[in-house]
Design a protein around this ligand. Structure first.
Ligand SMILES: *[C@@H]1O[C@H](CO)[C@@H](O)[C@H](O)[C@H]1NC(C)=O
Ligand SMILES: *[C@@H]1O[C@H](CO)[C@@H](O)[C@H](O)[C@H]1NC(C)=O
Ligand SMILES: *[C@@H]1O[C@H](CO)[C@@H](O)[C@H](O)[C@H]1NC(C)=O
Ligand SMILES: *[C@@H]1O[C@H](CO)[C@@H](O)[C@H](O)[C@H]1NC(C)=O
Ligand SMILES: *[C@@H]1O[C@H](CO)[C@@H](O)[C@H](O)[C@H]1NC(C)=O
Ligand SMILES: *[C@@H]1O[C@H](CO)[C@@H](O)[C@H](O)[C@H]1NC(C)=O
Length: 294
């Protein structure tokens, strides 16, 4: 009787201890995902095997302290698969690894039979496709903070926000040493500060990075006008702003808990952008194959 009472008490303590430990860890927070439903594979096929290999290779490469890794498994169509992960520029290696591991597990649940999928977490993104040329602009998702900017502040807020995001974008798209990542802040009032973050996949050229940021920034007035915080998540880049510090900089080491809500897929991005992207990808493809006319 006494022994079993002790066991109960000790397991309660054990549980509390684990709970406390667990709750102080930074658990990666899922944001959104997209499965390309038109591209499916058969369960237990070679493609499935390659996908599993790809996901474990991405996860194991996230231990190296690297924030970005792209790889390809399988040498020939239709079973070859290209995938990558990107962690937010301010993430520590351990947090990056945990996030990529969570993303790799979760994407299999969310998109079990798709040849192409993408998943976003608060601090990382993971995607794969059976195409070797990845679209950087679609699919896109926006999330926003439900709190509104007060109507009389809105004009000034929007002006400062546009300046902040455009400034960060031009900084990030030209800086390879910061892995195309930039954060910054502006004073809204004497007591309020606006914090911004932009990040592009490091493999993108300045040109594509700039195009991706332009597309993300251009969608803010449509999705998130008047919101105190928002994110636009595209495959090739992402942007975020909030009225509280949410990233780790030398000034803010303890960001508060993130709170944003999914609002749905960014439906239409400029058709011309897609056309330009596709033409450029085709050109890039031909140029890589060496069959482009000199
Ligand atoms: C795939 O393989 C697993 C175990 O190897 C098996 O349980 C499952 O039924 C198979 N699924 C299909 C669709 O063949
Ligand atoms: C990284 O991925 C490659 C395959 O793309 C794999 O050969 C290598 O072992 C991985 N690195 C680690 C540390 O797991
Ligand atoms: C990707 O998968 C789809 C659907 O199975 C297929 O039609 C397409 O040819 C594949 N693309 C490549 C590059 O293998
Ligand atoms: C930010 O820094 C704190 C303290 O160093 C750390 O616990 C936290 O994991 C960091 N956040 C990220 C996203 O890496
Ligand atoms: C913010 O504004 C929108 C429309 O202007 C309104 O529907 C919403 O309820 C407001 N949210 C809050 C938290 O006040
Ligand atoms: C923002 O305000 C703080 C103190 O109120 C000041 O030290 C800082 O220089 C201001 N920053 C900018 C960019 O104006």
């Amino acid at each position: 009787m006494a022994a079993s009472g002790f066991r109960v008490i000790s397991s309660v303590f054990f549980f509390l201890f684990r709970f406390l430990l667990f709750s102080t860890e930074a658990v990666p927070v899922y944001s959104s995902h997209y499965c390309t439903d038109s591209l499916k594979f058969e369960p237990n096929s070679t493609f499935q095997t390659n996908l599993n290999l790809l996901l474990s290779s991405l996860t194991s490469n996230a231990t190296e302290g690297s924030h970005f890794y792209r790889t390809r498994v399988g040498s020939a169509a239709p079973n070859s698969i290209t995938g990558l992960f990107l962690c937010r520029g301010d993430t520590l290696s351990a947090a990056c690894h945990d996030c990529v591991a969570a993303a790799a597990t979760e994407i299999k649940q969310k998109c079990p039979v798709e040849r192409e999928a993408i998943i976003w977490y608060d601090i990382c993104m993971l995607r794969y496709s059976n195409q070797s040329i990845l679209n950087n602009i679609v699919p896109g998702v926006d999330l926003f903070n439900a709190k509104n900017v007060s109507v009389k502040e809105l004009g000034r807020f929007n002006k400062l926000l546009a300046n902040l995001l455009n400034g960060l974008a031009s900084k990030a798209e030209n800086s390879m040493e910061d892995n195309r990542f930039a954060t910054g802040e502006v004073n809204l009032t004497s007591r309020e500060t606006l914090y911004g973050l932009v990040q592009c996949t490091p493999e993108l050229s300045s040109f594509y990075c700039k195009m991706c940021f332009s597309s993300a920034i251009a969608s803010v007035p449509n999705c998130c006008d008047g919101k105190q915080g928002a994110r636009v998540l595209l495959p090739g880049c992402n942007i975020r702003y909030e009225v509280y510090p949410f990233y780790n900089s030398t000034k803010s080491l303890n960001p508060p808990v993130l709170q944003s809500r999914p609002s749905g897929i960014v439906v239409v991005l400029f058709a011309w952008l897609l056309i330009v992207m596709n033409l450029n990808s085709l050109w890039f493809c031909l140029a890589q194959e060496g069959i482009m006319l000199k």
